[in-house]
Design a protein around this ligand. Structure first.
Ligand SMILES: Cc1ncc(COP(=O)(O)O)c(C=O)c1O
Length: 491
């Protein structure tokens, strides 16, 4: 990449040059650079967006003399994140997890997987057919949330699964807890296995020395990164980064990324990755520095609100927490006597504030790289102060605390066999004892309670019912009302 620097945005430039030429457009998309667009679409996307909605397979953008601007943009991303190779993804980190899972598929039959991985990793198991050994993350019984995986738990699971071909873990968590990825990598590498890290929430970690170390520099072999979450690409635009070891073949990853990707990737999404990469590489440290300072001030104000506490670096050292990412502002609401659900609703409906996540005890707001966090933080603090005051004044029905989730059921089939094999639909009340053909995760916090292939237990079904009664919701079931469940036919 001698002829391109991180200051440049080759893909964005190529798109803009193409649009500026006002080429007669006799290819897709049918809105023809906005000429044929419905006024509502123009209002939604703007003419600039429509003019630059250039499809793939365009001369001088992603085909033509190599390296094409598209290839250059991916090379610059790899350089910026310190990867051996990076792939742009236009179906989110979910696509990264699907591609990763497919890439592992031909390597063997078993894999060790952290239990509270995102649903896209579980979907990846349906795609690749591997038999998982699940490892429980460290649970925080007080806060009712899960943290990371300890190296000891990973080592025990790998020892119990001698045929495993890889270990798949997630760090950071939704709440900002970062695992000791370097130690996890050592554990996996000592058995000559690749460590796959879902770092969907950590695309920014590489760009500021005060943040916990990023997975790639900690030795991870393949890292899914949801660039759109905190580093500012457009929604859906993410990346997959390959580490510097030789345990994963880039050619296999390449073919698997294509397998789970549209043949018409959006130029706007791809361009947004190119632009976000420049922002992070050139200004990331300075912008993050300012945002972090503002977040620390915001935290100080939040803890002065009666009943609120902030989860912060003092959590580091607990099992499964080796670092803390302050870009997630996780607020412990237990002292208010109310719940995260109620606070979230109050903030949304009465104070125009939307949060990323809420659970019974904790709510989470996220900050973006480059966000003017002093102003946005002040707005959040004012709304929290008012909402907590209002909740205090409201009559409240006493609500019993939600019991912790029961242990998960035995895995009797692989997720693929259960999800794709013969199955039937049974009433929810009659599902205990059957093998789930679909996963169920009560949100928040979204840790799967049931995965395809696991035996459904009465305790788990009760927990799911209770969780809904407490204001949560359940994802994964094909019957959204959960009156019925899909179960595998017993063989
Ligand atoms: C840990 C984790 N991995 C993967 C994903 C999927 O990311 P995306 O929405 O970019 O597909 C999420 C989404 O929240 C996530 O939390």
């Amino acid at each position: 990449m001698a002829d391109r620097t991180q200051e440049e945005t080759p893909y964005v430039d190529a798109l803009l040059e193409y649009s500026a030429r006002e080429t007669g457009r006799f290819q897709v998309p049918g809105h023809k650079g906005g000429l044929a667009a419905d006024p509502a679409m123009v209002e939604l996307v703007g003419m600039t967006g429509l003019i630059n909605d250039v499809p793939s397979v365009t001369e001088g953008v992603d085909i033509g003399p190599e390296p094409t601007p598209f290839q250059q943009a991916q090379l610059l991303a790899a350089e910026a994140w310190g990867a051996r190779r990076s792939w742009f993804l236009i179906n989110g980190a979910s696509q990264g997890n699907h591609a990763t899972s497919m890439a592992l598929g031909h390597m063997g039959e078993q894999v060790v997987v952290q239990r509270n991985v995102h649903s896209s990793v579980i979907d990846g198991l349906v795609l690749n057919g591997l038999r998982p050994t699940f490892v429980a993350p460290e649970l925080d019984p007080e806060l009712g949330i899960a943290h990371g995986l300890t190296p000891e738990s990973l080592a025990a699971a790998l020892d119990a699964t001698p045929e495993a071909i890889a270990a798949m873990v997630v760090s950071p968590t939704y709440f900002g807890a970062c695992a000791d990825v370097a130690a996890l990598a050592e554990v996996a590498h000592a058995r000559d296995l690749p460590l796959i890290v879902d770092e969907a929430w950590g695309a920014h970690l590489h760009f500021h020395p005060d943040l916990p170390p990023a997975a790639l520099e900690s030795g991870a072999d393949l890292v899914t990164s949801s660039t759109h979450k905190i580093v500012g690409s457009l929604t859906q635009a993410a990346m997959l980064h390959l580490g510097h070891g030789d345990r994963i073949d880039p050619a296999v990853v390449d073919r698997c990324v294509s397998l789970v990707e549209t043949t018409s990737p959006s130029g706007l999404l791809t361009g947004s990755l190119d632009a976000a990469r420049r922002q992070a590489a050139i200004h990331g440290e300075e912008l993050l520095g300012k945002t972090l300072e503002a977040i620390y001030r915001t935290r100080e104000q939040i803890v002065e609100i009666p009943g609120l506490a902030v989860l912060d670096e003092s959590m580091v050292g607990r099992a499964g927490i080796a670092g803390w990412d302050p870009m997630r502002l996780s607020i412990d609401v237990r002292g208010t006597g109310s719940t995260g659900y109620r606070l979230y609703k109050k903030l949304f409906y009465s104070h125009g504030i939307d949060l990323e996540l809420y659970s019974e005890n904790v709510v989470v707001g996220i900050f973006g790289l480059g966000e003017p966090a002093t102003t946005t933080g002040e707005r959040l603090v004012a709304a929290l102060r008012a909402a907590v005051g209002e909740l205090e004044a409201e009559p409240r029905e006493p609500q019993e605390k939600l019991a912790p989730p029961p242990p998960w059921g035995e895995l009797v089939m692989t997720p693929r066999e259960a999800f794709l094999g013969p199955q039937e639909v049974v009433p929810f009340e009659e599902a205990a004892g059957r093998v789930a053909a679909e996963g169920l995760a009560a949100y928040p916090p979204g840790i799967p309670n049931v995965l395809p292939g696991e035996r459904l237990t009465a305790e788990t079904l009760d927990f799911i019912r209770e969780s809904i009664a407490h204001g949560g919701y359940v994802r994964g079931g094909s019957d959204r009302e959960l009156k019925t469940l899909r179960v595998a036919l017993d063989r």
